[in-house]
Design a protein around this ligand. Structure first.
Ligand SMILES: Cc1cc2nc3c(=O)[nH]c(=O)nc-3n(C[C@H](O)[C@H](O)[C@H](O)COP(=O)(O)O)c2cc1C
Length: 329
């Protein structure tokens, strides 16, 4: 299958693994890229630009396929060393950068001068148009279903994707709620040129996280995520657990007076404890509603091959059959 995204990124299948804190290590990205998708290392999980340079080099030892790096622009007072991370990305020979959070206007010229393609992840059509206007090559359109930060507009992909298709000139991929061949065909039908998955890729053999995390995703249904930090306008979709229910109780009690410091125990520094130690109640960790569609822990290659086979079958048999007058079972 060829799309604007497979051609732009030089990949075999139109499937991207979104940046994920404490998941997007070299092993994850290499496994996805080796399977024909685009694997992405998460820059800010690496404590310094030197660590990122090392992680990129480790990944390049494991794959000779294109890889990407996610650069998330956080709403923090003490900004990380973004110029340092950008330098590590360029010197590491990375071909794609996925930006997220604030728009990437300050790093765009230097990335583009280095010949790197930039795909900006956004949760609203107006942000996608902004990304297009500043020169991003593509966007990832992240619907309300997504694991992580869905923004504050709450527009699901069934509306957001066709809206993006109506407005954008640059290619885009769907993101949020994508899991299988049905997701891919639906995304393509709504105007996307591929799909980005987060939660689905955590439940794979190669994902370098504790087995408890993978099993929690398989055990969860589509009803098991919660939105936290809405009163702080930093909404995050997370898997529910004891810490998340405590956090939500504080949000109800404190109302609009709540401050980040009130919930620091439930959100700060919890990722290593959850992803590496498997301490599933340590705090709030991003997870999408798509958990309800995840029932197994395949290898990345098994997953991607299965998605492509299912997508091709839907297009060639189910849909083509309907057009030729065959009523599907
Ligand atoms: C555990 C986890 C951590 C994530 N961390 C980041 C991150 O650091 N930066 C980012 O841009 N997106 C992050 N995301 C969002 C994903 O890249 C992707 O957009 C999202 O998972 C798509 O929704 P899905 O989970 O329904 O597939 C994270 C998602 C998960 C599940």
């Amino acid at each position: 299958m060829k799309t604007a995204i497979t051609e732009m990124f030089g990949i075999e299948h139109p499937i991207i693994q979104g940046g994920m804190h404490y998941v997007g290590f070299a092993e994850m990205a290499a496994a996805v890229s080796n399977a024909g998708g685009l694997g992405i290392i998460t820059a800010l999980t690496q404590k310094s630009p030197a660590d990122l340079a090392n992680e990129i080099a480790r990944c390049k030892d494991m794959t000779d396929k294109p890889i990407g790096v996610n650069l998330t622009f956080l709403p923090v007072v003490n900004a990380p060393d973004y110029p340092g991370y950008v330098k590590a990305i360029i010197e590491g020979g990375v071909s794609v950068v996925e930006t997220a959070g604030n728009n990437p206007v300050q790093v765009l010229p230097v990335l583009k001068d280095a010949g790197i393609k930039v795909i900006h992840k956004c949760t609203a059509v107006r942000h996608a148009l902004k990304a297009q206007s500043i020169g991003c090559d593509a966007v990832s359109v992240d619907g309300f279903e997504c694991g992580g930060h869905p923004g504050e507009d709450d527009v699901p992909n069934m509306i957001l994707l066709p809206r993006a298709a109506d407005e954008l000139e640059i290619p885009f991929v769907s993101s949020g709620g994508q899991a299988d061949g049905r997701s891919l065909v639906a995304s393509l039908a709504m105007g996307a040129s591929g799909m980005n998955m987060g939660t689905r890729f955590i439940a794979t053999k190669e994902a370098p996280v504790h087995q408890n995390v993978k099993e929690a995703i398989v055990a969860a249904s589509e009803l098991d995520t919660r939105l936290v930090m809405r009163p702080l306008r930093n909404t995050e979709r997370v898997m529910t657990n004891a810490a998340v229910e405590r956090l939500l109780e504080k949000e109800r009690e404190l109302g609009s007076d709540i401050k980040f410091e009130d919930i620091i125990q439930e959100v700060a520094g919890v990722y290593p404890r959850i992803m590496m130690e498997g301490e599933m109640d340590a705090g709030a960790w991003s997870c999408g509603m798509v958990a309800g569609l995840i029932h197994d822990i395949p290898t990345c290659k098994e997953l991607i091959d299965r998605i492509m086979k299912e997508a091709e079958d839907i297009i060639s048999n189910r849909l083509a059959g309907m057009l030729s007058g065959k009523v599907p079972a």
